[in-house]
Design a binder for this molecule. Structure first.
Ligand SMILES: Nc1ncnc2c1ncn2[C@@H]1O[C@H](COP(=O)(O)OP(=O)(O)O)[C@@H](O)[C@H]1O
Ligand SMILES: [Mg+2]
Length: 198
């Protein structure tokens, strides 16, 4: 037995070793896995609710990794740890620390100098971190929760609606999301901001 997953467009497959890090060995279908991961992520969202977080805290390695661990740590033992394999998306895994450090420095600068609008900063951060792809999996969900955290905790703004549909399963909302991500090359993120507020 074991988990035999199929992947849809825009998902990053796990290596055999990463799959082996599943903590709950009774899971055998994608549906079960999606549900357990979702329950774990909701706990992370609850944990976030009660917390006051400054920009310096949010834009720290500690927080980025802790958030991922809280989102998926009950399901996967690699949660909260940098990936150690290359994926079809993301930088070479050995270069994750340097890319992340640059992003965190940039983000602190944008906030301190109000370089862009609040939504622009949150979505640009989301795009850049998902392009680094720090983790074996869950990068998309983690990047969206980071954007929500930035907008809510730093700016006291309204959470993003992310297309108001299902982003995990195949469908129109996910296709629109992936299309907006592809348009975003770091400079043209208008489509992704529009999507996040739709
Ligand atoms: N071309 C792309 N450019 C940037 N990000 C992308 C692209 N294609 C997919 N993604 C992001 O990567 C995510 C897939 O990475 P993954 O680690 O599997 O995250 P999750 O498991 O949360 O979906 C997608 O959900 C999407 O957010
Ligand atoms: Mg995935």
């Amino acid at each position: 037995m074991g988990l035999n997953l199929t992947y849809t467009a825009g998902q990053t497959p796990l290596t055999a070793e990463e799959l082996d890090d599943l903590k709950i060995k009774t899971i055998s279908t994608r549906g079960d896995l999606d549900e357990l991961e979702q329950q774990n992520i909701e706990k992370a969202q609850e944990w976030l609710l009660s917390r006051k977080l400054s920009a310096d805290k949010i834009f720290s390695e500690d927080f980025i990794f802790e958030l991922h661990r809280r989102m998926l740590g009950e399901v996967w033992s690699w949660a909260g740890h940098t990936r150690r394999s290359n994926k079809n998306i993301g930088v070479d895994w050995t270069e994750i620390p340097i890319h992340l450090r640059n992003l965190l420095a940039d983000a602190k600068y944008w906030v301190a100098n109000q370089t862009f609008s609040n939504d622009h900063i949150a979505i640009l951060f989301k795009l850049r971190i998902v392009k680094i792809h720090c983790f074996p999996n869950g990068n998309g969900r983690h990047s969206r929760l980071m954007a929500d955290t930035i907008i809510e905790k730093i700016y006291g703004g309204e959470l993003f609606t992310w297309g108001s549909g299902n982003l995990i399963q195949k469908g129109q909302t996910r296709s629109n999301y992936l299309a907006a991500l592809k348009v975003g090359d770091g400079n043209s993120i208008g489509e992704l901001i529009k999507f996040a507020r739709s």
